[in-house]
Design a protein. Structure first.
Length: 490
């Protein structure tokens, strides 16, 4: 997609001129102000290579005061901007739509402080998630969030999208673990909410507005977060099941049997595993599937605890019970760290593999567990019925329809992998998927956010009154509408 194909018109913003550049040059280091096409190409396009903007300026401030000067100028001049973290977002929110100035947080990358007793970490927004996690692990702690893009995404970006990830089930959402936020408002004012207190009932909890705000009300520059201790004992099991009914029963059993040590419950379907397998082969790589047979549903269960004997006892009892009850029909338990990583790679690799066939329509939905896979089946049936998907005919636009996700959090990822983007496929998918979600009171975005992609779909999850309030809050923070326009809220 490029601007000429977007269903929106450029807003009434000023155009960048030589005076603006001169002003930015007056306080930014020359290598932090980039206008070359080759530097801009990478920040103009998103991770999926689906959305492409035409920004002519990339700014990479090194301090909060530089961010403040940039935004104040843009606010006064009515220049539109897009904040960018690791650019791993999956809804087209992190790249410009037209010529917005890209403000990258990559140079704000210091770990500010850490309290070893409470586990509170304070970082610059541009610290990469994996860097923070590794730093913490050396000190006996972990970051409370983990996701497949950890090597590139930034903590500021995670907070801005309210990312969920692989262990939300255990450590909760960022709305609970983030203790403080520092942000620059569109007019250049600095919101200093960088508290490390767990309890603070002195008025409205303003930092919550920034969690999941997707760059619409300001730029997050600092974050403090409560980090859990690193577990001494981690187990990962990969299990095969014959029905989705069995998946649900196994989830219930796992919660009861594993209790406080359950740290992940992820489910993938057979088609997802086939897609990863085929993507590996496409790159002349091969890896042995976790299980010999391709069961229709496979789950990854992780436990994290402090006592390996106790944890293994619990896990074994759970496995025995689930097999005796004929819920789990096959399984493997990782024997060392290497095997743990290998199993996680099968799960984390799905997202990237799904885009290897030409394109992918991604839906990230919250639905009641009993109907979750009904959506995957209904979508696949519609595509087959309309002759757009076939297992045997490689000329059809759809390569595969797959479902996977964070079952423990009620979050399904439905990916329709296509050989090409076509209007026919789109018409089969939408509004059908959104109507299905609305009918079951689900959400059109469980964890990836709204971005550019879902603005038109918000009405399926929020009523007009709620949308009006969101818009009013946005306007209060950003009266000139310069922050990440065309996205988040219409
Ligand atoms: P970007 O992509 O750069 O930006 C995302 C949004 O936040 C944009 O709207 C941007 O304008 C805004 N933004 C970024 N930084 C700031 C800032 N400092 N201040 C204000 N606004 C800012 N998400 C999940 O929830 N769970 C997953 O399991 C998960 N897995 C993923 C796996 C892969 C392989 C990939 C590619 C993505 C995955 N994601 C997942 C998507 C997820 O949203 C991002 O990975 C991550 O949270 C975005 O961080 P980022 O730094 O890349 O932000
Ligand atoms: C995951 O859980 C991510 O793997 C990405 O949230 C999902 O690409 C997707 O649809
Ligand atoms: Zn996810």
């Amino acid at each position: 997609f490029t601007a000429d194909k977007y269903p929106v018109k450029r807003g009434n913003y000023s155009e960048l001129n030589a005076e603006d550049i001169k002003y930015f040059e007056s306080f930014l280091n020359s290598k932090d102000l980039l206008t070359d096409k080759k530097d801009l190409d990478a920040v103009n396009v998103d991770w999926m290579q689906k959305y492409r903007g035409q920004s002519k300026l990339l700014l990479k401030p090194r301090s909060v005061s530089e961010v403040s000067k940039i935004l104040k100028h843009c606010h006064d001049r009515k220049l539109a901007v897009v904040p960018q973290g690791g650019n791993t977002g999956l809804v087209g929110g992190s790249v410009p739509v037209f010529d917005e100035i890209v403000i990258s947080l990559a140079n704000l990358n210091k770990i500010r402080k850490f309290d070893d007793v409470s586990g509170t970490l304070t970082v610059d927004a541009g610290v990469i998630l994996q860097t923070a996690d590794e730093w913490l692990r050396e000190r006996g702690y972990i970051f409370p969030l983990d996701l497949g893009a950890k090597g590139s995404c930034q903590i500021g970006g995670n907070v801005a999208t309210n990312a969920g990830g692989l262990r939300l089930l255990r450590y909760g959402s960022l709305h609970g673990t983030v203790l403080g936020i520092e942000a620059v408002l569109p007019n250049g004012d600095i919101f200093n909410g960088l508290s490390t207190l767990r309890k603070d009932n002195t008025g409205l909890d303003l930092k919550q507005l920034f969690i999941g705000s997707e760059g619409s009300i300001g730029i997050i520059t600092g974050v403090s977060v409560l980090c859990p201790p690193k577990s001494n004992s981690v187990n990962v099991a990969w299990l095969g099941l014959d029905s989705y009914e069995a998946v649900q029963k196994t989830f219930k059993l796992a919660k009861n049997a594993l209790g406080e040590i359950l740290s992940s419950f992820e489910c993938v379907d057979r088609a997802s595993m086939e897609v990863v397998d085929a993507a590996l082969k496409k790159h002349d790589m091969e890896a042995q599937q976790p299980l010999e047979s391709m069961h229709p549903y496979q789950i990854l269960i992780e436990t994290s605890g402090s006592n390996s004997e106790h944890d293994e006892q619990k896990l074994n009892a759970f496995l025995e019970n689930s097999m005796e009850n004929e819920l789990v029909v096959d399984g493997v338990v990782a024997q060392d760290e290497g095997q743990i990583q290998a199993l996680w790679q099968w799960r984390e690799g799905i997202s990237e593999s799904s885009g290897k066939w030409g394109g992918v329509y991604k839906y990230d939905v919250s639905l009641p567990l009993p109907v979750m896979w009904d959506l995957v089946k209904a979508v696949e049936n519609r595509l087959i019925e309309r002759n757009l998907q076939s297992k045997t005919d490689s000329t059809k636009p759809v390569y595969a329809t797959i479902g996977y996700g964070h079952i423990g959090d009620g979050n399904l990822h439905l990916n329709v992998c296509v050989r090409e983007y076509t209007k026919e496929v789109e018409d089969v998918l939408e509004p059908f998927v959104f109507e299905f979600i609305a009918k079951h009171n689900g959400s059109v975005s469980a964890e990836h956010g709204v971005g550019f992609q879902k603005v038109h779909a918000l009405q399926y999850s929020k009523d007009a009154g709620a949308l009006k309030l969101i818009k009013e809050v946005k306007n209060m923070f950003d009266p000139h509408g310069i922050m990440n326009p065309y996205k988040f809220i219409e």
